[in-house]
Design a protein around this ligand. Structure first.
Ligand SMILES: C[S@@+](CC[C@H](N)C(=O)[O-])C[C@H]1O[C@@H](n2cnc3c(N)ncnc32)[C@H](O)[C@@H]1O
Length: 305
């Protein structure tokens, strides 16, 4: 999914395409980094009221982030041409056997899964979010394709040796604060693949994100909604935390926070190998260009031995 908004087109945390947004820097914004950091650190935890008692919970940003609001403001700027381009690349690079079994891990509203199913693959989509899975069911019905859609956590992939290919697209990795949890995702991917099966991981390119990092930006959507983003990049953990405030023309407000650990290529190599997956190719975008520090994406193709 996401890349930082300062990158045109698709973005890691909040995508701001040239057509969709006007972008302006908040150069006059007072420096609130320290209190903001405190707020963001606690934003991953929520205080909820249960039976009259206040209780701290471990509700994470990704439990709440991918709702109708996500579809309204993020998914709308994933035009069908972009999905088609990504699917073409997936098929060319992975080349699953005709009619092969593909797992779209963190499938969201199934924009890739539906297109892959149209090409004759037997596609399973796994996602945590029931709201997006419902949208996926609708999309499959509309396209007249069969998808197997499973609600579940990417750390608990419930499959064993059954897929020719697994894809994880649009920065749906690095969601857990603890590296061991992110490693668990890769372990599950490897387990779910047939021997020789391939895994395509698409995430934001950390190097570019860091080069273009801006702690504060704002955007104006075409419908007049203002988006103000405060972001923190933590060089100790390589995590980007983004707090977004949307102010609608009628004065309505919405706030969203996400926090993603971006991995470098050598880190991913290490983690994939620990899971039993060997890297066979690395790309900087869905046009198969070479990875550089300027690449928008970091796309890693690996294979189970
Ligand atoms: C950025 S979206 C990408 C969706 C889709 N791959 C795409 O390209 O449009 C990330 C997806 O990961 C899902 N997700 C977040 N946390 C998850 C978890 N712990 N386990 C499974 N899915 C999760 C979200 O519900 C969302 O659909």
């Amino acid at each position: 999914m996401f890349r930082p908004p300062e990158l045109e087109g698709d973005c890691m945390f909040l995508r701001a395409s040239g057509q969709m947004h006007e972008r302006m820097k908040m150069s006059a914004c007072p420096d609130r980094r320290t209190p903001l950091r405190r707020n963001l650190d606690s934003a991953a935890r929520r205080t909820i009221v249960r039976r009259g008692q206040l209780r701290r919970t471990d509700v994470a940003w990704f439990d709440e982030f991918f709702d109708e609001h996500y579809l309204d403001y993020w998914a709308q700027i994933l035009p069908p041409e972009r999905t088609a381009r990504e699917v073409r690349f997936i098929v060319e690079q992975i080349a699953p056997p005709e009619g092969g079994a593909v797992l779209d891990l963190c499938c969201g509203q199934a924009r890739h899964a539906v297109e892959l199913a149209k090409l004759g693959y037997r596609v399973t989509g796994l996602d945590l979010n029931e709201f997006l899975l419902d949208r996926a069911r609708e999309a499959a019905a509309e396209a007249g394709v069969d998808l197997t859609l499973v609600q579940g956590d990417m750390r608990e992939i419930p499959f064993d040796g059954q897929f020719d290919a697994v894809v994880n697209l649009f920065t749906a990795f690095g969601y857990f604060e603890d590296n061991a949890q992110n490693q668990r995702v890769l372990d599950g991917v490897a387990r779910s693949l047939k021997p020789g099966g391939t895994f395509l991981l698409d995430q934001s390119n950390l190097l570019r994100a860091v080069c273009e990092y801006q702690p504060r930006v704002w955007h104006k959507y075409e419908d007049g909604t203002m988006l103000i983003e405060n972001r923190i990049f933590d060089p100790h953990t390589l995590r980007f935390t983004t707090h977004a405030t949307y102010i609608k023309p009628d004065g309505g407000r919405a706030e969203r926070t996400n926090a993603i650990r971006c991995y470098t290529c050598p880190e991913l190599r290490h983690m994939l190998e620990a899971a039993g997956l060997g890297i066979i190719a690395v790309f900087g975008d869905f046009d198969a260009r070479e990875l550089s520090h300027e690449s928008k994406r970091l796309i890693v193709l690996s294979q189970r031995g």
